[in-house]
Design a protein. Structure first.
Length: 194
């Protein structure tokens, strides 16, 4: 019998929620690299989480409009949140050639740069993802969250992106391995690991 997971369940360590928010998995090398690294981090963590009796829920969201970005508190792409907490800690960005090209008019678009162990990375490093998930499930002290709900206004950089982005392809929705070709406002993948 499957029971629903609540916020108190997550705090007790029985469920961890991972949100991956991105602009484009077809063109953006940073989004694709972070998606790949998230998969690798979960592969590494799967036996540990299973041993601890923890279930991981992964939700991937394709952010396609300024309105959706505002509703999600999306300030940079890609974004990874563990139990609602942005794992980057601070917002750093640099010009992303992939997303700039996707705009079709050469509009420069900045995407996230990840700081980890004194180095800057274009994709979220596997180690940072693993550490962030483990810190959340075992309750170890975390870095202060500098990207708070209050600071999650849609920046002008993303507003330009959404205003100029060239439609690349029809989106589809994937839910627990089932494909639906109906257009949706968000792209979700729900996966549970235990």
């Amino acid at each position: 019998m499957k029971t629903s997971r609540t916020k108190s369940d997550r705090r007790r360590g029985r469920c961890v929620s991972i949100d991956f928010l991105y602009l484009d998995l077809t063109v953006c090398s940073r989004c694709r690299g972070t998606d790949k690294n998230l998969g690798e981090a979960l592969r590494v963590l799967r036996p540990v989480l299973k041993t601890m009796g923890i279930q991981a829920q992964v939700r991937k969201t394709h952010v396609k409009s300024e309105r959706q970005a505002r509703a999600l508190g999306f300030v940079s792409s890609p974004t990874l949140r563990v139990n609602g907490r942005d794992i980057a800690g601070e917002l750093r960005e640099s010009c992303c050639g992939s997303c700039s090209s996707a705009c079709g008019d050469g509009t420069p678009v900045n995407c996230r740069v990840w700081s980890y162990q004194g180095q800057q990375h274009a994709q979220a490093p596997v180690g940072l993802i693993v550490e962030s998930i483990l810190q959340e499930v075992v309750g170890t002290p975390k870095r202060p969250e500098l990207i708070t709900r209050e600071s999650r206004a849609v920046p002008s950089n993303l507003k330009r992106y959404f205003a100029r982005k060239t439609p690349l392809c029809k989106t589809s929705t994937v839910r627990r391995g089932l494909m639906s070709n109906q257009p949706r406002s968000m792209f979700h993948v729900d996966r549970f690991f235990s």
